[in-house]
Design a protein around this ligand. Structure first.
Ligand code: DAH
Length: 339
């Protein structure tokens, strides 16, 4: 009997295959609970005389171990070979890698900043949480101005001196406090207003602010810069027009319209059949603002402008509802993948 088992061990050691099915069959032949060879030997165990039991047990165990070892060794080999085959099959189609994409606000902000950077503006940062002085007072807002009301502004922890900035214009003050003219900066950032959410307004949005201060800066400089921006961004045929307006921090102030980029000025539902779209506020920096930050308003003058990024994306791509920007819906976002 022992000789028979030893012969099996030799067979096991000599066994080889490159097929997984054959390997499984080999294992089952010895180890199957119902019909395996080992099972038969185990059954035999009780008939073996006591003095032979030890040796018999050892030999059966040897057989069992050698089957398991062989199985593991061949399995590893076969699997390694299969893997290699896949690796080398250059004709297999590639895997789809989902790269994701940038948010349309991010893409358009970059595009807008690039246009200004090309003509010498430097992009700078400024705080989203600021004090009353930088968001309002230094910008020449009178104490009773309605924007300072709880209705319009978010105050941090109900402290009337700490606000979520209502515009990026606070960046003008922050920058001018620490720099001497001449300078030309653009300031992108998030802004907050206590407004109900609707298709046209949101409590959070993005702006880009521009500021240029030097000797002899005039309204012509402002107009030419913004005309250049409009043509670069909306296309070379774009025209602009300025309408008088009011902002506490600029004098004179103007809002700028561009010819509708959807209908080219013919009139459509995006421009409400006027052919024009309002895209920004602007003006000559009020001398009071320059004095508030210690810049001599007799020597220096400047212009400033500010525009909402959401609004510009909506106008350029015909997005009808501002809420889409903040819902993270892939059906919306994936439309901007190739920008
Ligand atoms: N801060 C204004 C707003 O949020 C936009 C603005 C208008 C900015 C005129 C300016 C400017 O710099 O000159 O409505």
């Amino acid at each position: 009997m022992i000789e028979k088992i030893k012969a099996h061990i030799e067979d096991v050691k000599a066994f080889s295959t490159s097929k997984l099915e054959e390997l499984e069959a080999f294992k089952n032949k010895f180890l199957s609970k119902k019909s395996g060879i080992l099972n038969d030997f185990f059954k035999e165990f009780k008939n073996v005389p006591v003095e032979g039991k030890k040796e018999f047990g050892q030999v059966i165990n040897n057989l069992k171990n050698s089957v398991e070892e062989k199985f593991a060794e061949l399995k590893e080999k076969i699997e390694a070979q299969n893997e290699k085959k896949v690796e080398l099959d250059l004709s297999l189609p590639g895997e789809n890698i989902n790269l994701g994409s940038q948010h349309p606000i991010t893409v358009v902000r970059r595009e807008m900043l690039d246009i200004f950077e090309k003509i010498g503006f430097v992009t700078i940062d400024s705080p989203e949480i600021d004090d009353d002085f930088h968001n309002f007072t230094a910008l020449n807002f009178p104490p009773e101005h309605p924007a300072r009301d709880m209705q319009d502004t978010f105050f941090v922890e109900k402290n009337p001196d700490v606000v979520l900035r209502t515009h990026t214009s606070n960046g003008q003050i922050r920058f001018m406090e620490n720099h001497k003219p001449p300078f030309k900066v653009v300031i992108p950032g998030r802004t907050y207003r206590n407004e109900d959410i609707s298709a046209r307004s949101h409590f959070m949005f993005h702006q880009i602010e521009g500021l240029y201060v030097d000797e002899n800066v005039s309204f012509i400089d402002l107009k030419q810069t913004l005309l250049y921006f409009a043509k670069e961004f909306f296309g070379p045929k774009t025209k602009v027009r300025f309408r008088p307006s009011y902002f506490p921090f600029t004098e004179p102030s103007a809002e700028m319209d561009v010819t509708c980029s959807i209908c080219g000025g013919e009139g459509c539902n995006v421009c409400k059949y006027t052919g024009w779209l309002e895209i920004l506020g602007s003006g000559m920096v009020d001398p009071n603002v320059l004095e508030n930050v210690g810049i001599d308003s007799k020597k220096y003058s400047g212009y400033a402008f500010g525009m909402g990024i959401e609004r510009i994306v909506m106008l350029k791509y015909g997005v009808k509802d501002i809420r889409y920007f903040f819902e993270n819906d892939m059906r919306f976002l994936s439309q901007f993948e190739n920008l």
